[in-house]
Design a protein around this ligand. Structure first.
Ligand code: F7E
Length: 339
């Protein structure tokens, strides 16, 4: 049985990827922090339904020996390195931990694979944030990088590290340059989930406002379940390579709000309040991806509509908040309003 190792298995992408790999017949291993093992109720909600079928190992992205030991013990055929400090806004508050965790974590994983399982295929979760102040629209694999946050800088470093391990040591190491990808499993701090969740609370009478930053910010938003398939496809190619994964169309935060509130029978203008606290010191330009290489080389396609994605998230959060209310835990807002 083929073994796959996922860092960040408790996150949105990790959970969808674990489902996909189990469906493909893999033995799935995940690296989690000790705190998650000690508090599965809160920290493993996305993979609770998979816990019987997967193998979890405790290790930290900050500790090379802990990662090395897991790689040596598991001997994976494929490794998906998804774990990171992934909230761009937070990377402005703590540049140091973002750079340390993201760059060293990637370096440690690459080195552990090279030393302990050199035939293992490696996937690095790169990001459209690497393009930042983008030189062209849409962006493709040739577009120069101009990151606008320490998060973006950490991903550029991870990208170069991965490519260097491929070129210098012959590792089958690929980078997925993924644009924003969302789902009902998105973390509450990201704007899409913040909107769908707070809207559900408003609809159910638990809150009266949604405080947001830049409503004109534009993103190329896809569905995470389709994007993890692209990750898997990258490691099925004979040659390692780098691929842009995107929908090729852009929408503003305002449009997201409009579709979401209309779906719940409300007008967003009645509830959304623009709050300076949620603006960023530096915004990226229009990030919109050209994924023709992924389409042509790997046969990866994206055919969901933006409206379907928004409505799925709203429907899911309406159910989620209603369930919380029934359980008597719906009275504190889940997301941190400081984000
Ligand atoms: O922000 C604007 C905000 O935090 C999207 C991560 O997965 O995708 C994600 O990064 C936009 C920004 O995601 C609020 O200014 C307005 O322009 O949902 P987000 P992100 O920063 O694009 C990339 C590809 C990654 O790699 C990252 O890991 O929405 N915005 N008002 C707001 N954003 C937040 N969070 N909260 C607001 O109130």
């Amino acid at each position: 049985m083929k073994k796959a190792l996922i860092t960040g298995i408790t996150g949105q992408d990790g959970s969808y990827l674990a489902e996909l790999l189990l469906g493909e017949g893999y033995q799935v291993h995940g690296i989690v922090r000790r705190v998650a093992l000690e508090d599965p109720q809160h920290r493993m909600w996305r993979i609770r339904h998979l816990l019987e079928d997967i193998h979890l190992h405790s290790a930290s992205l900050e500790s090379y020996p802990s990662l090395f030991n897991v790689v040596r013990q598991v001997q994976p055929a494929e490794c998906y390195h998804l774990a990171a400090q992934s909230f761009v806004s937070y990377s402005f508050e703590d540049e140091f931990s973002t750079l340390n965790t993201n760059i060293n974590g990637t370096h440690y994983m690459l080195s552990a694979i090279k030393e302990a399982a050199p035939r293992c295929r490696f996937y690095f979760a790169a990001s459209s944030e690497m393009f930042g102040k983008a030189a062209e629209v849409p962006q493709n694999e040739q577009t120069p990088f101009h990151p606008r946050s320490s998060y973006g800088i950490s991903k550029v470093a991870g990208f170069h590290l991965t490519r260097n391990y491929r070129e210098a040591y012959g590792l089958h190491a690929s980078c997925g340059i993924l644009y924003n990808h969302e789902s009902p499993r998105r973390g509450f701090e990201f704007v899409t989930r913040k909107i769908s969740h707070q809207l559900a609370r408003i609809k159910l009478g638990l809150d009266s406002q949604l405080r947001l930053g830049n409503l004109e910010a534009k993103r190329d938003w896809g569905h995470a379940a389709d994007y993890v398939r692209a990750m898997w496809l990258m490691l099925q190619q004979e040659q390692p390579d780098d691929y842009v994964i995107s929908t090729g169309s852009c929408h503003t935060v305002r449009e997201f709000c409009d579709i979401a509130f209309s779906h719940a029978g409300l007008h967003y203008e009645d509830y959304v309040v623009v709050d300076e606290r949620f603006f960023r010191p530096a915004e990226v330009d229009v990030l919109m991806g050209d994924c023709s290489k992924a389409q042509n080389v790997m046969g990866w396609n994206y055919d969901r509509s933006f409206t379907d994605l928004v409505q799925e998230m709203v429907d899911s959060d309406l159910r989620f908040v209603a369930d919380q209310c029934r359980a008597g835990i719906g009275f504190g807002s889940q997301h941190d309003q400081s984000h």
